[in-house]
Design a protein around this ligand. Structure first.
Ligand SMILES: *[C@@H]1O[C@H](CO)[C@@H](O)[C@H](O)[C@H]1NC(C)=O
Ligand SMILES: *[C@@H]1O[C@H](CO)[C@@H](O)[C@H](O)[C@H]1NC(C)=O
Ligand SMILES: *[C@@H]1O[C@H](CO)[C@@H](O)[C@H](O)[C@H]1NC(C)=O
Ligand SMILES: *[C@@H]1O[C@H](CO)[C@@H](O)[C@H](O)[C@H]1NC(C)=O
Ligand SMILES: *[C@@H]1O[C@H](CO)[C@@H](O)[C@H](O)[C@H]1NC(C)=O
Ligand SMILES: *[C@@H]1O[C@H](CO)[C@@H](O)[C@H](O)[C@H]1NC(C)=O
Ligand SMILES: *[C@@H]1O[C@H](CO)[C@@H](O)[C@H](O)[C@H]1NC(C)=O
Ligand SMILES: *[C@@H]1O[C@H](CO)[C@@H](O)[C@H](O)[C@H]1NC(C)=O
Length: 644
């Protein structure tokens, strides 16, 4: 910054008088040379020449003026860099904003097609929102603005989407590399066909689908409902399909970016730590990739080691051989004997999903869910239906005809999809659900408790290594996600629970403490995810490292139930068991806080070609007997008996 002169100071006195105190405007009387800066009036954004990374090429861009880590949010000449420092941005005699490589040369970049202009007198101004606007002096009409031509970053107040009257389509395109702002392989844009959706494309093909707007979030981003820092307005009418994010607390600096690796990420600036904190990132797991399991299937990443692809009700794998080899790309087809319209058909609900691609779906916003079912049932080609809006009271109807593409399960808030099946299939599902429901509930609750207890960073495998700083031996803990059962020894449990001392209670942490320890549950702190929720690494103010398991809101457990169980579990204390440090129950959140195990899960060693050699036979023997000791404690020696 020192070397860059703030625009204006470098100019001659007469010019300085003309520009007076306005350092945020550019008109026919001045220009911005390499080294000059245009700074918005509130000093939030600056415009000038820069070179990305180690590149020596010069670009004109906009970046945050007060963010110490130079972060470019917009680039003018993405594809036509200037080599050398002789460039200048100015307003030409037509009133167009133009960038010249040298005085007198043909412009390398211009805001508008020059044919579209005739003899305007204009002024360019850098706004505090980061928008560079070109205004006609006479009419005060905005004839061009940088917000209409985004690069890779979406700022608050910027619209993403289409103006159907003018044909303007605003979308984000990744840079080629951190050194080259030219358009890269990924773009993030709204597709208005069928029922409008937001897509990330790779080389023009769908790569990840944010999905359709459900009233308070995108169908593919369930986390959005949990964050109240934005005010998102989605517009879908004959003139416009667009979305705009506004940060409710204007002093928070937040941006969304599509990076060259194909990730859509949101960052917020942490002023005290002087760095960007990752807030959210997608695509996140394998089921996010578009059409991972082919048509008519559902992708469930929480299948705990089993194949993530399953066929939707009434469908069977198209290519069973590939399916067995865990290649789901061929998807599923209807059973051979199935015939779609013989009467007696009905629907099977698939809960907590991202509903299929709606680009060929039909929407009718005046239908209720009941109308929707009737309409779909009455049309032989209708394969599924769902509610269009979920936010405040669900309404509207989406109907699919033909293949159902890109359905996936979420751990938390997803939508219900109703898939059409024939009479035989319907009977099968009915008998299955009625006999299962009661047993399943009991089993699920006990399994979730045990896994909350036993697992920290390991999800799909059963061993967790724990290594104390000063201790050589590796202490272990064994658990298994799927087959755990939890028996309470009733009398002793009652005694413990009624213990008047209370000093063995698990500490309760504030949500704000946990949020600040984990950088607000940043994806950069995420250690992993399972069907029960996500696990984050955190650092407390005193430097203690913790692992936070944030249970999904559909764990089906009440608050008191949860606290009781954590309290009981905390009484299990053994050097080979991961210690519970406390829990946090606030608003809709339920979290368990464990000590942090720096070496991660044993499976990271056992199944890694390089690391497995670190485990010689002696160590493996120690591990095995450590596991056995942990189990013995659970089975026999603890006050609570856990049969595993
Ligand atoms: C710039 O070059 C240095 C030294 O060659 C390298 O360490 C660094 O990673 C490069 N930076 C970028 C952004 O490529
Ligand atoms: C550009 O060239 C013209 C004449 O060719 C000259 O009058 C003007 O001062 C030059 N501008 C700059 C910024 O050097
Ligand atoms: C542009 O405006 C100038 C002065 O205002 C005038 O002399 C010139 O003829 C105009 N050119 C066109 C193409 O209108
Ligand atoms: C873009 O995609 C092409 C083809 O898939 C690939 O060769 C190229 O390396 C990609 N570019 C970047 C910047 O990832
Ligand atoms: C959020 O959006 C609603 C509707 O667009 C508006 O009424 C409200 O004032 C906005 N709130 C903030 C804090 O911007
Ligand atoms: C807005 O954010 C700033 C900085 O994070 C904070 O100090 C302030 O209290 C917040 N204001 C409100 C109304 O939340
Ligand atoms: C929605 O359904 C109503 C009632 O059947 C019908 O009148 C209307 O035309 C439908 N709208 C669309 C967009 O299909
Ligand atoms: C079924 O729905 C499709 C798509 O909306 C429509 O083209 C077709 O005419 C409908 N068929 C009947 C029998 O209503």
């Amino acid at each position: 910054m020192n070397t860059e002169r703030v625009f204006g100071y470098a100019l001659l006195l007469p010019l300085l008088l003309q520009v007076s105190t306005c350092l945020d405007i550019l008109n026919q009387n001045n220009n911005i040379k390499d080294g000059d800066l245009l700074v918005s009036s509130g000093k939030t954004f600056a415009l000038g020449f820069f070179s990305p990374g180690n590149s020596s090429l010069r670009y004109v861009g906009i970046w945050y003026y007060q963010v110490s880590e130079k972060t470019v949010v917009w680039v003018a000449n993405r594809e036509r860099p200037i080599s050398g420092t002789s460039g200048a941005l100015s307003i030409d005699s037509d009133g167009n904003l133009v960038l010249h490589e040298k005085n007198g040369s043909f412009p390398v970049w211009s805001a508008k097609d020059s044919s579209a202009l005739s003899n305007y007198s204009t002024t360019a101004r850098l706004m505090d929102s980061g928008n560079l606007v070109l205004v006609q002096d006479f009419s005060k009409r905005v004839i061009w603005q940088s917000f209409d031509y985004p690069t890779d970053t979406l700022l608050p107040f910027m619209k993403l989407g289409l103006d159907l009257k003018t044909g303007l389509n605003r979308f984000l395109t990744s840079w080629k590399s951190p050194e080259d702002p030219a358009p890269g392989n990924y773009s993030y844009r709204i597709d208005p066909t069928g029922y409008a959706q937001l897509f990330l494309y790779k080389d023009g093909d769908p790569y990840w689908r944010s999905g359709s707007w459900t009233g308070d979030r995108w169908s593919g981003i369930p986390e959005m409902t949990r964050h109240f820092i934005f005010n998102v307005s989605f517009v879908n009418n004959p003139d416009e399909v667009s979305v705009m994010y506004v940060i409710i607390n204007a002093s928070i600096i937040s941006r969304m970016v599509v990076n060259e690796l194909g990730l859509v990420q949101r960052f917020t600036w942490h002023a005290r730590q002087q760095r960007w904190i990752g807030f959210w990132s997608d695509p996140m797991d394998q089921c996010d990739y578009y059409g991972k399991c082919g048509p008519n299937s559902n992708c469930n990443p929480y299948n705990e080691g089993r194949f993530e692809c399953t066929c939707l009700p009434g469908f069977v794998p198209k290519s069973p051989g590939d399916w067995d080899l865990r290649d789901g790309s061929a998807g599923c087809v209807t059973r051979p004997r199935a015939s779609s319209c013989q009467g007696g058909e009905g629907f099977v609900k698939v809960a907590l999903v991202k509903v299929p691609d709606t680009s060929k779906a039909h929407a009718n916003m005046s239908f209720s869910l009941n109308d929707c079912e009737k309409e779909c049932l009455g049309n032989c080609s209708c394969t599924a239906y769902a509610s269009a809006q979920e936010g405040l009271g669900s309404f509207g109807c989406l109907m699919w005809h033909g293949d159902l593409v890109d359905t996936r399960t979420f751990a938390d808030s997803g939508q219900d999809l109703y898939v059409r099946v024939d009479a035989i299939e319907l009977a099968r599902y009915r008998s299955k659900t009625s006999s299962l429901s009661e047993r399943a509930r009991i089993a699920i609750i006990s399994v979730s408790v045990l896994t909350a207890l036993l697992l920290t960073s390991s999800f799909s495998y059963c061993l967790v290594i724990k290594k104390r700083n000063d201790r050589r031996s590796q202490n272990l803990l064994m658990s298994e996600m799927t087959n755990s059962t939890y028996f309470e020894g009733s009398p002793s449990v009652k005694d413990c629970d009624d213990e008047p001392r209370g000093n063995r209670d698990v500490p309760l942490f504030d949500l704000s403490t946990i949020a600040s320890a984990t950088n607000n549950f940043s994806f950069l702190n995420k250690l992993g995810q399972g069907g029960f929720g996500s696990v984050y690494k955190g650092v407390m103010d005193n430097g203690t490292e913790i692992a936070v398991k944030r249970l999904s809101q559909h764990s089906g457990q009440g608050v008191e139930e949860f606290k009781n169980e954590v309290r009981l579990i905390a009484k299990l204390q053994h050097r080979n068991l991961v210690r519970i440090l406390g829990c946090c129950v606030e608003e809709d959140e339920k979290m368990v806080i464990y000590e942090y195990l720096p070496n991660k899960s044993l499976d990271a060693f056992l199944f890694d070609k390089a690391k497995r050699s670190l485990l010689d036979w002696r160590k493996r023997f120690e591990i095995a007997s450590g596991v056995a000791r942990g189990l013995l404690y659970l089975h026999q020696d603890s006050r609570l008996r856990i049969i595993h």
